[in-house]
Design a binder for this molecule. Structure first.
Ligand code: THU
Length: 162
């Protein structure tokens, strides 16, 4: 996973072979994880006490961060991934490449089902690389297609015009 030193052009130009998926990324994995971890400081989580940070990289190299935001009326709570996604889409970035999600517990912080569904909207082929991080900085990754197989999407409702 030697993706760290590539620039945007070579990342795209070298896209072939088994390591191609990693080469197209602009940030290092370590940096994206560090950003996600640092966003835990912004978490507003007085009810669960479980801080989550996210860092989302888009295909043009732009990165959007997010944290979880809880509500006293619990259901409006927003996960860190969806906070980051809302920032990206509202700034016009809708092609998601990679997201790091850092939790605060002993388990890797894989996105919840609702977040998987929303992320799928902006990675319809499921190639989004999801990096789950635990409270100690240990991480693993998987594609969104692995996390949400047979996803419901715009094809499912025959929105061909979208
Ligand atoms: N949470 C996230 O931010 N992302 C996830 O993928 C899982 C859960 C947040 C929501 C809530 O504020 C807290 O973690 C406990 O569920």
């Amino acid at each position: 996973m030697e993706e760290g030193s590539v620039n945007r052009v070579s990342a795209i130009g070298n896209a072939a072979g088994p390591a191609a998926e990693w080469r197209r990324f602009i940030m290092t994995t370590t940096k994206l994880i560090e950003l996600a971890v640092s966003m835990k400081k912004r978490a507003y989580c007085p009810y669960s006490g479980f801080a989550v940070g996210a860092a989302l990289e888009c295909s043009d190299g732009s990165v959007f961060t997010g944290c979880n935001i809880e509500s006293a009326s619990f259901s409006p709570t927003i996960c860190a991934e969806r906070a980051a996604a809302a920032k990206a889409v509202s700034e016009g970035h809708t092609d998601f490449l990679r997201i790091a999600v850092a939790g605060s517990g002993p388990d890797l912080c894989w996105p919840c089902g609702v977040c998987r569904q929303l992320l799928s909207e902006f990675s319809p082929d499921g190639s989004l690389r999801v990096i789950a991080v635990d409270g100690n900085g240990r991480w693993e990754s998987a594609t969104l297609a692995q996390l949400l197989p047979r996803a419901f999407g715009k094809h499912s409702i025959r929105c061909d015009s979208l």
